[in-house]
Design a binder for this molecule. Structure first.
Ligand code: BG6
Ligand code: MG
Length: 222
């Protein structure tokens, strides 16, 4: 029988609501470029790297070939400057409801904890939230070649934890993230809308609903 040994968390939108800040920063840039978009389109950006997000926005506005590489880099930098301003004010009060309690439970049950983030700002956010001590390993965008939905970031976290992939649970709020977990051969927990995260093995509507007993049961029954 498979044994659960580790839980690997996404950061933005799972540990804290930085998914909203990414959205606000991209939305502002999109408007400046004459490409307005809404939350439905934004679902496609969640979990996706900075440059790939920009490419998706440009494609959405039929502007794939409208700019030079240098201009695109400037746009991505501009978005990141906006985002960095927004994350300045993060404090431990910005942890999503119930997430710290869940991490404590996971730890008490003897599981390893990892972080698998597509963000180059992951360490700053973790530091501001003061939750670094929960993680046995942290893998961020700076150390992986392929971004979600590629499974690399989750595989690397599991390797660093020394846990077989099938003994890992991944927790994600993004479609691209859930796909990455499944491609890694792990059990996927989606946090959010069940229709949008249909590929996940277990979906909870919010971090408050994450309970170790429920997760353990779903993992064991699968
Ligand atoms: C992911 C977010 O965690 O990080 C994406 O879900 C974001 O929305 C990506 O684009 C990259 O983040 P950053 O901070 O490196 O621009
Ligand atoms: Mg996320």
């Amino acid at each position: 029988m498979k044994e659960m040994k580790a839980v690997i968390f996404d950061l933005d939108g799972v540990i804290t609501d930085t998914a909203e800040y990414h959205y606000l920063a991209w939305k502002q840039l999109g408007e400046e470029l004459g490409i307005p978009f809404d939350r439905t389109f934004n679902e496609q950006l969640k979990g996706v790297s900075r440059m790939e997000s920009l490419e998706k926005i440009l494609a959405y506005g039929n502007k794939t070939n409208a700019y030079t590489v240098e201009e695109k880099e400037q746009f991505a930098t501009k978005k990141n400057e906006l985002y960095k301003q927004l994350i300045q004010k993060i404090t431990p009060n910005d942890l999503l409801p119930g997430i710290e309690k869940f991490m404590q439970e996971v730890k008490e049950k003897g599981m390893k904890i990892g972080l698998a983030s597509a963000s180059k700002n992951a360490f700053t956010v973790i530091e501001k939230l003061e939750v670094g001590h929960y993680f046995d390993t942290i893998v961020d965008a700076a150390t992986v070649k392929h971004s979600k939905p590629d499974p690399e970031v989750f595989l690397k976290a599991a390797d660093q934890l020394g846990v077989p992939y099938e003994s890992c649970v991944g927790v994600e709020d993004a479609q691209a993230g859930v796909e990455a977990i499944k491609r890694a051969g792990m059990f996927a927990v989606g946090v959010g809308n069940a229709d949008q995260l249909a590929q996940a093995d277990l979906v909870v509507s919010s971090t408050n609903e994450l309970k170790f007993v429920d997760l353990f049961r779903a993992f064991t029954e699968k």
